[in-house]
Design a binder for this molecule. Structure first.
Ligand SMILES: N[C@@H](CCC(=O)N[C@@H](CS)C(=O)NCC(=O)O)C(=O)O
Length: 206
């Protein structure tokens, strides 16, 4: 099993952390969708990160779908998303907003890659507004849950995705999202980053 993609992608990182926490062994190939485009294309012509290449050669794309597959290989009590519908819905609510926040931060990174003349400040303002709305919602929803992990006694998929998204947002868009406004997210991410799976799959610092 190979996981293709770089850890500076929040989607790749949440997948690597989740696979490790689910006990699914894999080899990580750190290929960039930009600087390693040709090598990536040879493996998966879609050039989408993360890509999971299974032992029989079948490929899966999309972090949530890869994690969904990994979850299906373990007993319900070992899964990262609650099985019980009400608890699952609460976790999915947080995961959905965190994924949207990560997606908006990625859009800002991509827009900034464009030449000055082609960059749209109005688009950047729109996406930045959506990013801040998502962070505000996460801060509020996480705050309602109180101290501890978002899904209960143990860290689960909501904690992984919120913490990974927050780390990425602070890495690439810190000037747009003031950490001082988000104390709950800061505290949650700081705790999560101490977990062995987060330390095994760290966020690159530049
Ligand atoms: N919804 C997808 C998003 C994945 C995604 O956007 N990955 C980026 C890297 S952060 C990518 O592959 N970009 C290259 C492209 O879209 O062409 C997931 O959760 O895996």
């Amino acid at each position: 099993m190979q996981l293709i993609g770089m850890l500076d992608s929040p989607f790749v990182r949440r997948t690597a952390i989740s696979l490790q926490m689910l006990g699914m062994p894999f080899e990580h190939r750190s290929l960039s969708v930009f600087s390693d485009f040709d090598a990536f294309h040879q493996i998966n012509p879609l050039v989408k990160a993360p890509t999971l290449v299974c032992d029989d050669g079948m490929q899966l794309v999309d972090s949530s779908l890869i994690i969904d597959y990994a979850e299906s290989t373990v007993a319900p009590e070992k899964r990262l998303l609650p099985v019980e519908p009400t608890r699952r819905r609460s976790a999915l609510r947080l995961v959905g907003v965190a994924l949207l926040a990560a997606e908006k931060a990625v859009q800002i990174v991509y827009e900034r890659k464009r030449p000055d003349a082609l960059r749209s400040e109005s688009w950047l303002a729109r996406v930045s507004g959506q990013l801040n709305s998502a962070c505000k919602l996460l801060e509020q929803q996480a705050g309602e849950i109180g101290p501890g992990w978002l899904q209960g006694e143990n860290p689960g998929q909501a904690d992984i995705t919120v913490a990974v998204a927050w780390g990425f947002i602070q890495l690439v868009t810190a000037e747009l999202v003031d950490a001082a406004d988000y104390p709950t997210l800061v505290a949650l991410a700081a705790r999560a980053e101490q977990l062995p799976a987060f330390q095994a799959w760290p966020l690159p610092s530049d």
